[in-house]
Design a protein around this ligand. Structure first.
Ligand code: FRU
Length: 447
């Protein structure tokens, strides 16, 4: 059975269900992207770390399982976490999930590997400090001035989202310090990340959620991923915000991002390209092929003129085969397949623009009167159109990447991004556009 949704340059599993990227790292000449994986079924009943490797983040090798839920402290799930390299080894930090008669217990666990294949688990693990509930997970570790730091997504006893800070001198023994940050994080905060983007600015990534009390709320879609700019004060052990919470992505499917710095010194971020509800997952069109979900394209994150920029990694240009250029104010053309890049450049960036992709499966509209960019897709459960909107002052540029069943739209040179899955027939290959005035150009690159 031919699969029209299969990805070609994104990470997706060959079977089972993938969720969060975990422990993404450059180690001994290769990128390692670990991820949450149920290799047995397309549901959330089982969690381990799987791993893909690559030298360019475009051609991926599926290396299968990496860390399994095979001991007392992680027997009900090897949950999300991070990696760092130290003394020639990868150290991974993850949450061991344990259920005792249905009651959750979380342990922040450590494992080590010299070759990226075999991971040896440490005996000791961090137990949750008493001021938090057992919704305590997703450790992220980095090197500070005088010691190592770890942050963990948390929930206070008052059911407020928080980010817990730990310190260590040897990466193996950890001390709980205090709450690093705890404002506007819903009633639980998943997958925190913190990194320096320049001398003055640090970025705190977080996934606040308003979760129901039900234990299987992993796919609760009230959660979203966001960032706050500010400064981590190592002495005060606090994150001092300079901005309020802002969305990281304006599309339908982006969650649980992880970042790392690669050998080129780039800050790279990758997310899980799903934010489906339980029902959308149950009816997800790839399920009939025995697998579900994928990761986004890795993005380069920078800080420019007081704002975040996200751009696709340059390596994606290696995929470009032939190019066609369109300059008339409106037109239509046929794609070779569902794998392509479209690049829009407009001199007149304040007039309306519209683009209908793959026979209208995805629509992009810029309305100059409202200063609004909207992205619309058809929902595969309701068959209704659904739209996401972002206010922007003008539309000068867009880079759009499609991989058979995903679209990532980078707007105005990375000022904002929309990521989404879409499911359409293989033969739906027509593109229509309108609003390309005065020396505007639309470039089509077949992949
Ligand atoms: C986010 C998340 C994490 C958790 C993991 C379990 O999607 O809920 O908080 O560690 O997924 O798969």
């Amino acid at each position: 059975m031919k699969n029209p949704y299969k990805m070609t340059y994104h990470i997706e599993p060959d079977k089972g269900l993938m969720n969060d990227p975990n422990g993404v790292i450059w180690f001994e000449d290769k990128y390692y992207f670990f991820h949450q994986w149920n290799r047995f079924d397309t549901n959330h009943d089982y969690k381990e770390w799987g791993v893909f490797t690559s030298t360019n983040m475009i051609d991926w090798r599926n290396e299968g399982s990496a860390i399994l839920p095979d001991r007392k402290l992680d027997r009900d799930g090897v949950y999300s976490g991070s990696s760092i390299e130290h003394n020639g080894e990868i150290y991974t930090f993850y949450t061991g999930n344990v259920k005792n008669n249905g009651e959750r217990k979380s342990y922040q666990c450590i494992s080590r590997s010299k070759d990226g294949r075999t991971f040896i688990k440490e005996e000791n693990a961090i137990e949750t400090p008493t001021e938090f509930t057992e919704h305590h997970r997703d450790p992220k570790v980095w090197r500070g001035e005088n010691n190592w730091w770890m942050i963990v997504g948390a929930q206070t006893r008052e059911r407020k989202g928080a980010i817990a800070l730990y310190s260590s001198c040897d990466l193996l023994h950890w001390k709980y310090e205090n709450i690093l940050y705890g404002q506007h994080l819903g009633n639980m905060c998943e997958c925190p990340d913190l990194f320096s983007i320049n001398d003055e600015t640090d970025i705190l990534l977080c996934c606040p959620q308003e979760r129901s009390e039900k234990e299987d709320g992993l796919t609760d879609i009230s959660s979203y991923s966001a960032f706050i700019s500010g400064k981590f004060d190592e002495k005060a052990k606090k994150f001092l915000p300079k901005s309020s919470l802002e969305l990281l992505d304006y599309g339908f499917d982006f969650y649980a991002p992880q970042s790392f710095s690669d050998y080129k010194g780039r800050r790279i971020m990758v997310g899980w390209m799903s934010r489906m509800s339980d029902l959308e997952e149950r009816l997800c069109p790839t399920k009939q092929y025995g697998y579900m979900h994928c990761l986004t394209l890795p993005r380069i994150v920078t800080w420019e003129n007081g704002g975040i920029r996200q751009r696709p990694i340059e390596e994606v240009k290696e995929l470009r085969k032939q190019e066609q250029k369109f300059i008339s104010s409106q037109g239509s053309f046929e794609l070779e397949s569902g794998r392509f890049e479209l690049e829009l450049d407009r001199k007149d960036c304040t007039s309306d623009f519209q683009l209908l992709l793959r026979d209208g499966a995805v629509e992009i509209h810029y309305c100059s009167k409202k200063n609004e960019l909207s992205v619309t897709r058809e929902n595969w459960v309701t068959y209704k159109k659904e739209t996401k909107v972002k206010q922007i002052q003008s539309l000068a540029q867009m880079s759009i990447f499609s991989d058979n069943s995903s679209i990532e739209i980078f707007v105005n040179d990375g000022e904002c991004v929309f990521s989404l899955r879409y499911f359409t027939n293989e033969e739906n290959l027509s593109v229509k556009y309108a609003g390309l005035q005065q020396e505007g150009e639309l470039h089509y690159f077949a992949f």
